[in-house]
Design a protein. Structure first.
Length: 357
């Protein structure tokens, strides 16, 4: 049965129109946030202060009627400051004492974690549990987080003193790493004009919170052709320098590549992008659009790459060029006939299952 995904595309347009009243430019960032939302993933944003990150997440939560929370990570922030704490209360009826749980700011549908690398590892680990498990554990008791649950964490690339770099395992939990840059001259002039004018007030919701859950289920019906699944797997494997037959650029410029979660993220987010564009099948265009935000934070640069001043995107581009995995170079018909994957593919469901990163 063919699905047009017209509802998802229409709501996307309404959200974009609503955001345009408060946010100037950043169209690519908005698209990637929407893709991650629909795929059930989380986002790590690299950008200097003052680029409307908080405003973006708060505005989307208003349009979708989701609870919003902001956490400013600092070196003295403790796990219970974000998860909540058990408090010993006195019961008014019996006069006895018992523990009650006071929820922390992590109990919201959309959470903005500002400067996540400024807080100690134990607090980062508390956030990690919420992102991965959809719950937090306080005094041995598990407390489920709201559904949907979406984290947009930020890192300031300008200052690294007094920071706690995120471990590879935690970086791997983020679906996307998004790069936010300064607006161009025309957009910055519009930003100044809008922000110095009268505050337009809160945005009018376009759908209820239930829509996001239903849309996420609908996205899972997007079909992923076998050759696209094989291509995504091959691209991720080509980033591993220890892999047999790995491109020379990967062997020289990386000390570790992306793991299986990288493939899962590419496929899940490509599905969401296809649905946003009213397609019921993932195409090369969808895969290529999510490759860089899905993989850039999963690549460990070698000393050679750092000495050359290379960024992860530049290294990934070299690997793709060397391995011939640009869309115009990929031979779909050849990939379809890759027999050694058929037995593995036959064990999967009709479509790749939904992955939460």
């Amino acid at each position: 049965m063919s699905i047009s995904f017209e509802n998802i595309s229409r709501i996307r347009d309404e959200i974009t129109q609503g955001l345009a009243t408060k946010i100037i430019g950043q169209e690519k960032v908005i698209e990637e946030v929407m893709i991650s939302l629909l795929s059930g993933g989380h986002i790590l944003v690299m950008g200097v202060p003052g680029l409307a990150k908080t405003l973006l997440v708060r505005s989307i939560s208003e349009l979708l009627q989701l609870d919003f929370s902001r956490i400013q990570f600092t070196p003295d922030l403790m796990p219970q400051d974000i998860t909540g704490a058990s408090i010993l209360d006195r019961e008014s009826s019996t006069g006895g004492r018992q523990f009650s749980f006071a929820k922390g700011p992590l109990f919201a549908n959309m959470v903005l974690g500002d400067e996540i690398n400024r807080t100690p590892p134990k607090t980062q680990a508390a956030l990690l549990e919420g992102m991965e498990e959809g719950q937090v554990t306080v005094m041995g008791v598990r407390h489920p987080l709201p559904d949907p649950f979406f984290v947009m964490a930020t890192q300031n690339p300008l200052e690294q003193e007094g920071t706690y770099p995120l471990p590879v395992t935690q970086l791997d939990r983020f679906s996307f790493q998004i790069l936010m840059d300064y607006p161009n001259a025309e957009e910055e002039l519009d930003v100044v004009s809008v922000t110095t004018a009268m505050n337009p007030g809160p945005l009018k919701p376009v759908v209820s919170a239930e829509w996001l859950r239903e849309a996420s289920l609908e996205v899972r019906q997007v079909q992923i052709p076998d050759f696209q699944l094989i291509r995504a797997t091959r691209i991720v494997r080509s980033t591993r320098p220890q892999e047999e037959g790995a491109p020379e650029s990967a062997q020289e410029l990386l000390y570790h590549g992306a793991g299986p979660r990288g493939v899962q993220t590419i496929l899940a987010t490509a599905r969401a992008r296809a649905a946003l564009n009213q397609r019921n099948t993932v195409t090369d265009e969808d895969i290529d659009a999510v490759l860089f935000p899905s993989l850039r934070h999963r690549l460990g640069l070698s000393v050679h790459a750092e000495a050359e001043g290379l960024e992860p995107d530049q290294v990934l581009s070299r690997i793709l060029e060397e391995s011939g995995d640009r869309p115009e170079e990929a031979d779909s018909e050849t990939l379809k006939q890759a027999g050694f994957f058929k037995e593995w593919l036959s064990k999967l469901a009709d479509t790749t299952p939904y992955f939460r990163s």
